[in-house]
Design a protein around this ligand. Structure first.
Ligand SMILES: C[S@@+](CC[C@H](N)C(=O)[O-])C[C@H]1O[C@@H](n2cnc3c(N)ncnc32)[C@H](O)[C@@H]1O
Length: 238
């Protein structure tokens, strides 16, 4: 019999196994183009790019014309299939798509990169996975290379956002019931062996900076332009 204590373990890989979109605020071409432009600005050049957790290629499609060589990787085959369709429609030939996760990706690469990026992916990794990712990425970066983690959830701003502080109809007196309801939802998720929040984990920029420093990188912190509770971490070798 299934009880609170023997519920099957939740896995993000399973969660994403049938997903076909990356969950951007809007999925219009106009919005994705603007979002990609912001990202390209922070990627600031380079000729080769690894987009880890590329998903359905919603941003990758805009990166391709700016790079000579691109690799997209994801552990969801349904997402990769969508990415593949987009590349095929545009007849892009300089893209390789690889089915891999944060551990297996490194053995599958046969080149190193000027830029290694990941958008809205850090939230699905545990701190030890982020540490291992940065550690491995160090060896796959060319001279003057950068790792750019886009749209990490900032726990400070996310809690305010969830309470409604950024919404047009914000009412101070609604905070308490909202917070209480939020806490109840978290307890219920934990009891069901699901993540506390289906958006993934939030990480303070100080934690990411510490992990980066431990692995020989310095970190630049940049506020996300289109997601008010997220930030970007731009890492370059010390
Ligand atoms: C929120 S979506 C973002 C997709 C894409 N980066 C974008 O911005 O459109 C997160 C993606 O990361 C992938 N992902 C999460 N954890 C992963 C892991 N450990 N290894 C490989 N892919 C992962 C998921 O399959 C999903 O496609």
């Amino acid at each position: 019999m299934e009880t609170v204590f023997n519920k099957p373990k939740f896995s993000w890989e399973e969660y994403f196994s049938d997903k076909k979109k990356g969950g951007h605020r809007y999925s219009t071409e106009e919005f994705l183009y603007k979002e990609a432009k912001e990202k390209l600005f922070h990627l600031s050049g380079g000729k080769s790019l690894l987009d880890f957790g590329c998903g359905a290629g919603e941003l990758l499609i805009y990166y391709v014309p700016n790079y000579e060589r691109i690799v997209g990787a994801d552990f969801s085959s349904s997402m990769l299939l969508e990415a593949e369709k987009k590349m095929w429609q545009q007849n892009y030939k300089n893209v390789d798509l690889i089915l891999a996760d944060d551990e297996t990706i490194w053995d599958r690469l046969n080149i190193s990169f000027d830029r290694i990026t990941a958008t809205a992916v850090v939230q699905y990794l545990k701190p030890e996975q982020i540490d291992a990712f940065i550690h491995h990425a160090f060896d796959y970066l060319n001279e003057n290379g950068k790792i750019v983690f886009f749209d990490i959830i900032d726990p400070r701003l996310y809690s305010l956002w969830k309470m409604g502080w950024f919404s047009q109809n914000f009412r101070l007196w609604e905070i308490l019931p909202k917070t209480g309801f939020g806490l109840l939802k978290q307890v219920s998720a934990i009891l069901k062996n699901r993540p506390r929040d289906i958006i993934g984990d939030a990480y303070s920029p100080y934690l990411i900076e510490q992990i980066a420093r431990d692995n020989g990188f310095k970190m630049e912190y940049v506020k996300s332009m289109y997601y008010e509770y997220r930030y970007h971490a731009i890492l370059s070798k010390i």
